[in-house]
Design a protein around this ligand. Sequence first.
Ligand code: ADP
Ligand code: MG
Length: 695
Amino acid sequence: MPSLLDHPVESLPGIGPTTGAQLRQRGYATVGDLLWLLPRGYDDQRRPTPIHALRDGEYAVVEGVVREAHSFPRGGRVGFDARIEDDGAPAGQDGYRELKLVWFAAIPGLGRRFSEGTRVRVAGRVQEYRGTATIAHPESLSAEAPGAIVPRYPEVPGVRRKALRKAIRAAVDRAASAVPDLIPPGLRAELGVEPLGQALRAIHVPDPVAFDADPEAPPPGYRRLALEELVLWELALRLRRASEKGGRAERFAAGPVTAASEAFPFELTPAQRNAVSEVSRALDSESPMKRLLQGDVGCGKTAVALVACAQVAGGKAQSVFLAPTELLAEQHGETLRPTADELGLRLGLFTGTLSKGERRSMLDRMATGAVDIVVGTHALLSGEVRFANLGLVIIDEQHRFGVAQRLRLGTRGATRRPHLLVMTATPIPRSLALVLYAGLDLTTIDAKPPGRVPSITKMVSRNDRAKVFRQIERALEADGRAFVVCPAISESDEMVTVEETFAEMCAHFGERRVGQVHGRLSSDARREAMRGFAAGEQQVLVGTTVLEVGVDIPDANIIVVEQAERFGLAQLHQLRGRVGRAGQKSACLLTFGEPLTEEAEARLQALCDCDDGFRLAERDLELRGAGHLFGYRQSGASGLQFANLIEDRALLGRAADLVDRIVAADPTLDLPDHAPARAAVDRWERAAAVREDAG
Ligand code: ADP
Ligand code: MG
């Protein structure tokens, strides 16, 4: 039976094909989806503020009489403005005497509604402009109806505020009670947990009494959403752990570790040595290692991984080194090869772009044990791949890797399980890692190789291209290389593209000096671009976030991230890690489109102020919630992002208790009461398995 939640958004009042399309584009296709379009705050439209008492920057409802109104031409469109005054303004007051209303693109009917002498009621954020209080694009309210506390929804382009509010309100009235709960009714009743739909309703339809008590406080409904989110996390991790239990691994003696540690052109740092010995000990055990190796970008995780491969090869077993992109797999192959050769380890590459013959031959070598280390991409997860004796799986930068995929490879076939080492450059506080990566042990590399100077990070408006060019020129004069990262490849109205930026850079620096790299190029073209850039034939490389992880070009000394506000903090820190790797001075320019939201500004500012990946990760958690740490985000509407694992420990404890109860009653979630939980966990697993495409 199709649920009320599944009805199309167009079934809601005021949503026609055009506005419906806009909503769908944003991921809000159904009535149920819309319930998850949550307000950022609330505006109080109950009490008008007299004009003289208006304050710059504050939201207000204003009543007044139109004194003057006209339309004006503006960039091919028609704008409209009107001046209103208090009805019989008290004389001798300080403050504004009038309020200006302005529409930069006029809406039909404005002239009539705002004709001179009419009493009007409007609402919006007041901004002082040249000494005059102004509201741009005010909301026009009925002068008679009593005002209300209205939710302030995120803007959906092409959908008017009022229409959106009305549609969501209708969605709440029709369908909130149909929202499925993870927590079964019996347990909810016993523990006094309100239904999820009720919490959603309270968020969309705020209670005036609670609002008046503290207008800034988020409604209590949000805590309920956070609990729901945490229950899902806990439940999904718990089920996964249960399915992973058991199994034995081969023991690998630590013999080869000393020689391997000395095979690098550098000396391992104490932090690396410590990591090597923790990993080495874990490999010398029958219980399969499941370990997270974390460390800030550039701290030298790769060397630790290679030593582990050497230890495993010493026991005549094979290691797999999984990279998130082809570019990275190839690069890892190249950087690992000299040391692998030195140690007499046979290294092979397995990606999706091998020729048929190469592929055959690699499959063969893997299956017969004629290769010790295989570096590759998710192509390695294909069913054809067989190993003679797989001893160790290393996953690099797993935040771009589906967790489920990771497990499939770890557990398939064989009676003995391979050891597992997951490497991540998204450092998180230890206490948090234990929760998030439940089931993984933790090794942390907490210091970088000596001689690194932090890059200087600055924010630059997208409007100031001269500054960007100047900085790049300066970096190139120091024999450097410049990365320019864009959020999109081509054809985007909203996003800066590689295509346009490539053209821009060519025009400024000359075509011969600029290269480009992104996921839509053939792998040959990509390789050639990387080679040319590494060799210094091109000095500017424009690309997407394929550059984010691991790309190692020692000469690179500046990175420009276009529209940095569109990237996450962890991602930006990663990108910044691409420069200054040889210890030289380096810079990171974060260009931003204006206006910048407060949250985005806080994020970018954090990067300018701080170079420590762990501290940034904490900041990121504060700003955005934990879901992002996994690079996992459910599509549009159902992406729950309400819990903050740093602040919500108590709630997490509560979630864990709830999950204990659920799992104790029904370990596999087969009972009808647990159907919503089952569905949510499956969705969670699917989302986790979706590999983020590397541009
Ligand atoms: P990440 O932890 O980000 O994966 P990498 O393993 O790519 O870091 O190492 C970053 C760079 O530092 C590489 O160029 C590597 O050769 C170099 N490196 C690693 N360990 C050391 C060390 N102990 N001393 C000097 N350079 C090192
Ligand atoms: Mg790396």
